[in-house]
Design a protein around this ligand. Structure first.
Ligand code: ADP
Ligand code: TYD
Length: 208
């Protein structure tokens, strides 16, 4: 399928400020006259949201990392086929809260060869990258406090604790080097408005 729109993903550890910045960016782009949809992973489509409930609720050890890779990839496949690709085909800007990079980090870093499994499966069934990925980098001590203040049932991954979040923070920075053609890193410890200003000007420049 030939793509006409523009696909942006947001990445970072839990509570880094992705949802907040996605709302700001969507509003900014709509004001510029772009047709924008915001979506999220896991989820985004009906089937994807059903898989989300399986993944994000329950005990930390409910699934092995390997099984999670299969479930996240299945959710992504449905989301891509039913929501993301049709919107891009209509020329829309799609802003997605997390995509394959999250699986590379959250599942891929939990054991030997798991990153390899994420990449292999991704290549076979997803095989689609964002045009631009924005990583919000933040100290986990700060972001976990923010995330915990939300008090929702979906806290399975937050329960993995600060050490894993610390490892993932480093992992996301490494990923930005690995995919430097599409990933940009921003400091999540700035004020909401300052961060939004920086992100919006980068995206505006990329689109023009
Ligand atoms: P994420 O989607 O990455 O989990 P959120 O955007 O939901 O993060 O932010 C988590 C919490 O932190 C929310 O309560 C939000 O209002 C707050 N927050 C977001 N960005 C900032 C910021 N730059 N400074 C302080 N608090 C923030
Ligand atoms: P999200 O709703 O973005 O949580 P938060 O707002 O706290 O950042 O994502 C839900 C959780 O799912 C989050 O802890 C990260 C995890 N996750 C994975 O482990 N692998 C994945 O591939 C994705 C997309 C998310």
């Amino acid at each position: 399928m030939k793509k006409k729109g523009y696909f942006i993903s947001f990445e970072g550890i839990d509570g880094s400020g992705k949802s907040t910045q996605i709302q700001k960016l969507a509003k900014f782009l709509k004001n510029l006259g772009f047709d924008v949809i915001t979506t999220r992973e896991p989820g985004g489509s009906k089937g994807g949201e059903e898989i989300r409930n399986l993944l994000l609720q329950g005990n930390v050890d409910r699934w092995s990392a390997k099984t999670e890779i299969l479930l996240f990839t299945a959710a992504r496949c449905d989301h891509l086929e039913r929501i993301i690709l049709p919107a891009l085909e209509e020329g829309k800007i799609v802003i997605c809260d997390r995509f394959t990079d999250s699986t590379r980090m959250y599942q891929g870093m939990r054991g030997a060869n798991l990153r390899n499994l994420v990449d292999t499966l991704n290549e076979k069934v997803v095989n689609f990258d964002p045009d631009l990925t924005i990583i919000i980098d933040i100290n986990p001590e700060i972001s976990l406090k923010r995330a915990k203040s939300r008090k929702i049932a979906e806290e399975r991954f937050e329960d993995f604790g600060v050490d894993l979040q610390m490892k993932m923070r480093k992992g996301f920075i490494e990923l930005a080097k690995e995919f430097d053609n599409r990933i940009e890193v921003f400091d999540g410890q700035q004020s909401v408005d300052k961060l939004a200003k920086d992100i919006c000007s980068l995206v505006k420049a990329k689109l023009s």
